[in-house]
Design a protein around this ligand. Structure first.
Ligand code: FAD
Length: 284
């Protein structure tokens, strides 16, 4: 980016499972690059299930000269495997990682031990010094497994104390949740920037399913509005675009340092919002 006053912009993808999905994603990535994001990120499947796919796509992006952050969790892997993977990322010129605990892979029983994100951050710092810019996850509406609000903030602080540089939030549609959360983070002594995660509204059924699983709230009025559209996908798209554009405006106008888009590997929904905001476009 040339204008240092522009908010930070990043786009998240998931690793495609098929060759067709891969081809499509490479094109979407190219289109989104026109909006000059600071970086792209690529998720890591629960338990390390997409280890090779994630590595394949991030190293490909990197070879195209793009700034990219693989998401990473220990999953079911041991330290040697994870260290080797991070080494490969470093050797490929990657200098950013989104460090996570991740979730339990489905079908795995109670003996599965997950490594908290603060421990992964400490592990990366221990073995790779300050080579990587480390992002961690933050939850304005509080992580679904957190015992209470204050504990979750305390554990987030633990991730920064372990060496994380910045946070990216779970998506939310109520900006007050983010502003209150930021106040609480500040009160807890967190000084690092925390970037709101933005989920464009593409498919109401999928959104409801995701939101129930990850603890992101869809406000009742919004749910009712979306339900009323039924199968009218064009109305859902138009309503969602206006609503999420307004959410982003409110966030940026009130001090959010940038935006991280959950693109769902699609160009249009995120790009239209960025264009509506006048960010990084020729008209801005
Ligand atoms: P942690 O920060 O480790 O926290 C997990 C839970 O444990 C919280 O309830 C916390 O309060 C509690 N906790 C934290 N530390 C401790 C401790 N030391 N002792 C006791 N309790 C503790 N999932 C994927 O599978 N792949 C991805 O690529 C992915 N990318 C994501 C990107 C972003 C920006 C976000 C917001 C989420 C992402 N997720 C991803 C989802 C995430 O993995 C889940 O929400 C997961 O349940 C928690 O991961 P975490 O890194 O936030 O965990």
């Amino acid at each position: 980016m040339t204008d240092t006053h522009q908010p930070r912009l990043s786009f998240e993808f998931f690793p495609p499972k098929t060759e067709q999905g891969r081809e499509k994603l490479l094109k979407v990535r190219q289109q989104l690059s026109d909006l000059e994001p600071d970086f792209f990120s690529v998720t890591y499947g629960a338990g390390g299930s997409t280890r090779d796919n994630t590595k394949d796509i991030v190293t490909h992006f990197k070879s195209e000269g793009v700034s990219v952050a693989p998401h990473l969790s220990f999953g079911g892997d041991d330290e040697t495997i994870i260290k080797g993977l991070i080494q490969e990322y470093r050797d490929a010129g990657i200098d950013r990682i989104v460090a996570l605990r991740g979730d339990m892979p489905s079908g795995v029983g109670g003996g599965y031990q997950m490594v908290y994100a603060n421990e992964l951050v400490a592990f990366i710092r221990q073995h790779f010094g300050n080579h990587f810019h480390l992002e961690v996850a933050a939850y304005p509406e509080i992580h679904p497994q957190a015992k209470n609000y204050d504990d979750d903030i305390r554990f987030l602080k633990g991730k920064f104390d372990a060496g994380a540089d910045s946070g990216i939030t779970q998506y939310f549609y109520n900006p007050d949740a983010y502003f209150y959360f930021m106040e609480q983070c500040q009160a807890a002594g967190i000084t690092q920037p925390i970037y709101p995660g933005i989920m464009p509204i593409i498919n109401f059924t999928n959104l409801t399913r995701f939101s129930d699983a990850c603890g992101a709230e869809i406000p009742r009025w919004m749910r009712k509005r979306l339900e009323a559209y039924g199968d009218d996908s064009e109305s859902i798209r138009a309503f969602g675009e206006a609503l999420v554009t307004e959410l982003c405006e409110t966030l940026l106008d009130n001090g959010a340092p940038g935006l991280h888009f959950y693109t769902m590997n699609q160009y249009e929904p995120s790009a239209r919002i960025v264009e509506n905001l006048g960010l990084n476009t020729s008209s801005s």
